[in-house]
Structures are given as C-alpha cells and as structure tokens.
Design a protein around this ligand. Structure first.
Ligand code: ADP
Ligand code: ASP
Ligand code: MG
Length: 443
C-alpha cells in the first residue's frame, strides 16, 4: 500500500484536481489518497468561525453564502455528467446549510472545529465523485471513523489501526481509498483537527498504520528547499534529507511539512517523498534514515516565539533552581524550544503563550522575569554541522543582526539563533548568501 497526500493548491482548482487524478492513476498500486481542503477554504472557514464567535451573524452568513456559491461554480466545471453533478451540488449545499445552522448556536470550540472540517469533507467528496465518474474504483473513507487523538493530543495509533483496517477490509478490491486529511476526533469523540497544515501528519499517521511502502506528500513546489522560498530568492530543492534533518526543519518552521509529520514514519523506516503536483517529473525530496553530506544543508525560521529571561534573585543560580523552573513549564504543558543559562539567569523560548501569565506569576515567586515577544528562531540544519569548518564563521555574517540567543551543540545537527522577527528576513537572506552562494557578504 502507498499513501499519497495532496495539499490545498494540488486540489485547489478543477485543472489541478485532474492533475491529481492523472498522478494517482499512473500506476496500478493500491493507495490511500489523503486530501486537504481546496486552497483558501480553511482560511475562509477560520474567518467565518471568527465572525460567529464575535456574534457578527450577518457577516458570517454572507461569507458562508459566498463560499457556497464559489463551490457551486467549481462543481459545475468539475463534473460533466448530470447525475454526479446533482449529487455533489446537493452535498455542497447541505454542508453549507449545516454551517449556517451553527451561526445561531452558542459558540463553542466544537462548533469552530465542525466549521473548519467542512473544507476537507467537501474536497474529498467532490474528488471521489470525479474519480467515480471516470469509472475508477475509488472508495471514500470518512476520516472521522478512524482518526482519533488521545488526551495528550497524540494520535491514538491502536484505535486508528484497528478501525482503518476494518474499513479497508470491507472493500479490499478498491483501486484507491480517498480520505480527509487534518480532521479527527478527540478522546471524548468530539470533532477536532491536527492543527493547521495537519494533512501531512494524517498521511504519515496512516502510512504507519498500514505499514505503507512509501508516503508521498504532493504539494506546489519541487521538494524541500534549502531555505524558505517565500522570503529568499534562488533557493534550491534538496534531493535527500534524513528523517532527523527533515524533522528539525519542519519543527522549526519549514512550512512544507507540518511539524510532526516525520515522527510516525521515522520509527518504522518508511520512506517519505515530497513531490510537485504541477511538475511530477521533478525528482522531489526523498526522506529516509540515510544521511548524505556534511555541513549546513538547509535553513528554516519559526515565528511567534516568546523569550523569557528568568533571573534568580540570589546572586548565583542555586542548586535546584532549574528544576523549579522546568517544573512550572511542565505543569502548564508548555514546551521549551531553546534554552541558555548564565551564572545568574536562564533564558528560554516558548511558542505557546496560552498559560504565560500563570507561568510568569509562579516564576516571580522566586525570580525576576522579563518577557519579549515577536521573536523568531532561525534554525540551521545539517549532519554534524557543529563540527564543520565553515560553521564558526557564520556568526560574523550576522554581526549587525541582534542575535538574542544561540543554541549550539544541543544536537550535532542543529544550530538555532533567536532574532527579532523584524530581523528574520535579513538573517535568512544573509545566511543564504553566505552558506549556499558563498559570495562575500558585507559585514
Ligand atoms: P500544501 O497546501 O500542499 O500543504 P503548503 O503551503 O503547506 O502546501 O507548503 C508548501 C509551501 O511551503 C511552498 O509553496 C513554500 O512556499 C513553503 N515553504 C516554506 N519553506 C519551505 C522549504 N524549505 N521548502 C519548500 N517549501 C517551503
Ligand atoms: N486544510 C488545512 C489547513 O489549511 C489542513 C492542511 O491543508 O493540511 O490548515
Ligand atoms: Mg501544508
């Protein structure tokens, strides 16, 4: 079995949906095809849900109506035969009626998650009817019948495997199975999701559940690039990455992969391949346990970071001080990304500020606390980069950028720099020139 995942742009238009159809029918291998919502849809649904939360009922209704209309137009272009066209239109209208009905209910997190799930439910329904119209034996598997996370928000792998296997065995002769990325149930059986961009994670969770031969993530770019193409020119696609390298880059902001994507396939050694729906002939990036090359391979950046400096009120960091600090973060289930210490202070970063106020209050019982937000982590990744002769010179490149913290040596494969988000662009561009173009950078 193979698992293929197609992202928002890949299913974002009738033309692209037809590209996807060609890609998945190019061979006779049985596959599970995970789809995102059409591009723009989840953002529109987030906005609608926000209006509902703020009680802006009329605006919410108007936006639901507009989205419904744009889907009707897409359905008309997608399907030529009258019967499937009618069936899909009815499904689309029913889905938006369900959202409309929620506008007048008291807003809850479950309502938010129900609204957000509409995008994947629509794309998979439309796409599976397109395949069926063409005589392809494709079965639509409802993700909410097998995708579940547990109380710690981790995939409930046993439940997923049992239920997915049961569904697959009910139609063993299907050529392919279509299912929704992103959406799942929580431990209470309420609808939730794997966070934005979560369809990648769905794909590898399913790949692990069926012990797939390979998981392929099809997107709008020809693989993992050595820097963020949204901010830096002339980035290059990498043909290979190791699981560790890809996991670090995804965790530290490379948007091409949801941060958790690599985990499920790494332990089972299932190859993960990134491919371009718009250029299927391009090699893409193959991610396996194999390590190629030394030195800096790629750079990524993660925004929305908050730095916290905790100064012991005593002159020296007393024995047990760090333990007390970590215990507070642990109690509030807030993970720490970077950490540095000096004789009297510890600085660390977090990206989840939900409990920041409570954490600060507890820290202030034995320390002074300074909080800085709008920070970004710039992360450099490569096998054994900390031993590479070029690496130390890196810091000269960033001389006029205010680097607030450096994590060097925490692992052999990662160097992280904390900068103000306003300096991120300059840092990424300078590093790109220094690391990959090797031209002299003005210092
Ligand atoms: P999809 O909708 O297919 O999931 P995403 O928008 O989530 O696609 O991810 C693909 C996008 O990620 C690319 O178009 C690119 O702009 C962005 N991106 C950020 N960093 C990288 C990187 N290092 N390599 C490739 N793409 C990246
Ligand atoms: N549709 C969801 C999002 O936009 C999930 C995904 O695309 O992976 O975040
Ligand atoms: Mg994505």
């Amino acid at each position: 079995m193979l698992v293929y995942k197609f992202g928002g742009t890949s299913v974002g238009s009738v033309i692209n949906m037809n590209h996807v159809k060609d890609i998945i029918t190019a061979d006779n291998e049985q596959k599970i095809v995970v789809l995102s919502a059409m591009s723009g849809t989840t953002n529109a649904l987030v906005e609608i849900s926000g209006l509902m939360e703020q009680g802006k009922t009329n605006q919410a209704i108007e936006q639901i109506r507009q989205l419904n209309e744009s889907y009707n137009a897409t359905v008309y272009d997608l399907l030529q035969n009258e019967d499937p066209r009618k069936a899909v239109s009815a499904y689309v209208n029913r889905s938006f009626k369900l959202v409309l009905d929620l506008v007048n209910e008291p807003f809850t997190q479950t309502i938010n998650n129900t609204v957000l799930a509409t995008g994947e439910l629509l794309s998979t329904y439309m796409f599976s009817r397109l395949l069926q119209q063409e005589g392809i034996n494709a079965v639509l598997l409802p993700a909410l019948e097998f995708m579940r996370i547990d109380r710690s928000h981790e995939p409930d792998n046993f439940y997923i495997q049992q239920n997915l296997t049961r569904l697959l065995e009910a139609t063993p002769d299907a050529d392919m199975y279509i299912t929704q990325g992103f959406i799942c149930l929580d431990a209470e059986g309420q609808i939730t999701n794997l966070q934005r961009g979560g369809s990648d994670y769905t794909a590898t969770i399913l790949g692990a559940a069926v012990q797939a031969k390979e998981v392929q993530i099809w997107t709008d770019i020809d693989g993992f690039h050595n820097n963020d193409p949204r901010y830096v020119n002339d980035t290059q696609a990498l043909s290979h990455l190791s699981y560790d390298e890809a996991a670090e880059l995804a965790y530290f902001g490379a948007k091409i992969l949801h941060p958790q994507t690599v985990m499920p396939v790494r332990s089972l050694d299932i190859p993960l391949r990134l491919k371009n729906t718009m250029a299927p002939e391009a090699h893409g990036t193959l991610i396996t346990n194999q390590v190629n090359g030394e030195g800096i391979k790629a750079i990524a950046a993660k925004d929305g970071i908050t730095a916290i400096k905790i100064k012991s009120v005593r002159m020296l960091l007393a024995h047990g001080f760090l333990k007390k600090v970590f215990e507070i973060f642990e109690r509030y289930e807030t993970s720490i990304d970077m950490i540095t210490t000096s004789e009297i202070a510890v600085s660390l970063t977090i990206d989840d500020t939900t409990n920041l106020e409570a954490i600060t209050a507890e820290l202030q019982e034995f320390a002074t606390v300074e909080v800085d937000d709008y920070m970004s982590i710039v992360c450099l990744v490569g096998h054994h980069i900390i031993y590479h002769p070029d690496t130390p010179e890196l810091f000269q490149v960033l001389q006029d950028v205010n680097v607030r913290m450096i994590a060097y040596g925490g692992s052999n494969n990662n160097i992280s720099l904390l900068v103000n988000t306003s300096d991120k662009l300059e840092s990424l561009q300078k590093l790109q020139r220094y690391v990959f173009e090797k031209s002299m950078v003005k210092m």
